[in-house]
Design a protein around this ligand. Structure first.
Ligand code: NAD
Length: 367
């Protein structure tokens, strides 16, 4: 029996609730496909701060580095907001991404037909939307130096962050974008702000150069402000979007709302070394609904599906998870965030159970 080591980092807020459901689904599908997942849980973010004073301990980092893949739910919450930036729960995420070399974040935003009514946009605008946002994850404003806030002699303060990209950093993320587009509808839109920011003028030049090796992929360029507008005006024009860290963070949240809820969107963060990868929903720890059984676990469940696909080469099993989620939605099961008016929502655990039941059901009906 094949065995994979998975580091499980539930984190804070709704994290433990949604992770529990994803694990149930993973185990059922693993059993079905003859794979044993050795799951090792560890604390991260605020939970780690409470236990050991820091958001990411050396042991947790080691566990993540040694695992075949990492599943993370979410970190953060009001309890830790007054801490210094260097000690905040979110630092754990940045450190994991940096230490694991996770430079490519893949965020699919696909409309589920059954959820068309949950989006704030008109059905004719979103019907058929299937976008993949490829976000650069270890460069740009979030990591560039100098950074910080300093006191000036006149008593005022000065805050600085720096957007930095080198040619190799842009080349490798561009390649991920082109390769992803090649497997889809062969359209890549590179998003920048080349009319104002020199860094992204370099970005545009390098992406265009890499594009010469992918003549079968249609490359276009778009300014980020226009892209934000086009995503709500005519999202169907996009296949794959490749962009830098901050723009990708914002645009992928915007794209998520096309699908109705941020609680639906999974992500994969892939490393330079293909053995390193982390899978997490794109949403945060949702402290406003934590501990109430209100959270939607589907983004985390679909993230487990992405792990099967990208880390373990188990495309059929990944498809099984996607199909189970689709079936559950088609049957009308809804957590509060995606429930249409008049529909009684089910809890986080009930949604997890429903997906498990579908996965088991498809097992029984397989020829
Ligand atoms: P958030 O994504 O946690 O929540 C935004 C809104 O979406 C909230 O109303 C929340 O209830 C809702 N929501 C999010 N996930 C949901 C789900 N699965 N089901 C139903 N509703 C869901 O973003 P925020 O409120 O800006 O941040 C809260 C905390 O999470 C902060 O501490 C922030 O730093 C942290 N955060 C962590 C990550 C991460 O761990 N990757 C990402 C973003 C934010």
């Amino acid at each position: 029996m094949k065995r994979f080591n998975v580091a499980v980092l539930p984190g804070d807020g709704i994290g433990p609730e949604i992770m529990a459901e994803a694990i149930k689904v993973l185990q059922v599908v693993g059993k079905r496909f003859g794979v044993d997942f050795k799951l090792t849980h560890a604390l991260v973010g605020g939970a780690s701060i409470d236990a050991s004073g820091i958001p990411l301990t050396d042991e947790t980092l080691r566990l993540a580095l040694d695992a075949d893949a990492v599943m993370l739910a979410a970190v953060g919450g009001p309890k830790w907001e007054s801490l210094d930036y260097s000690l905040r729960p979110e630092r754990a995420l940045l450190a994991l991404r940096k230490e694991m070399g996770l430079f490519a974040n893949l965020r699919p935003a696909k409309i589920h037909k059954a959820l068309m009514g949950a989006s704030t946009l008109k059905p004719e605008v979103i019907d058929g939307v299937d976008i993949l946002v490829v976000r650069e994850l270890t460069g740009g404003l979030y990591f560039g130096t100098p950074k910080g806030v300093e006191k000036l002699p006149d008593g005022t303060e000065r805050g600085v962050n720096t957007m930095v990209y080198t040619t190799p950093e842009i080349e490798r993320i561009a390649k991920v974008g082109f390769e992803a587009a090649r497997k889809r509808r062969k359209k890549l839109c590179s998003v920048d702000k080349a009319n104002v920011l020199e860094t992204t003028e370099l970005w545009r030049r390098v992406v265009s150069r890499v594009g010469k090796d992918f003549p079968d992929v249609e490359l276009s360029h778009m300014y980020v402000d226009n892209c934000a507008m086009q995503l709500v005006r005519n999202p169907k024009q996009f296949d794959v979007i490749v962009t830098e860290n901050t723009f990708g963070d914002i645009l992928s949240d915007e794209a998520s709302m096309l699908t109705g809820s941020i609680g639906m969107l999974p992500s994969a963060s892939l490393g330079v070394d293909s053995r390193r990868a982390m899978y997490e929903p794109i949403h945060g720890s949702a402290p406003d609904i934590a501990g109430k059984g209100l959270a939607n676990p589907l983004a985390t469940i679909l993230s487990a599906g992405m792990m099967l696909n990208y880390s373990f080469d188990m495309q059929d099993a990944a498809m099984e998870i996607e199909k189970a989620v689709e079936a559950v939605l088609n049957k009308g099961f809804r957590t509060a965030d995606i429930a249409e008016q008049g529909v009684k929502p089910i809890s986080t655990a009930q949604m997890g159970e429903a997906v498990v039941k579908e996965a088991l059901h498809s097992h029984r009906t397989k020829p």
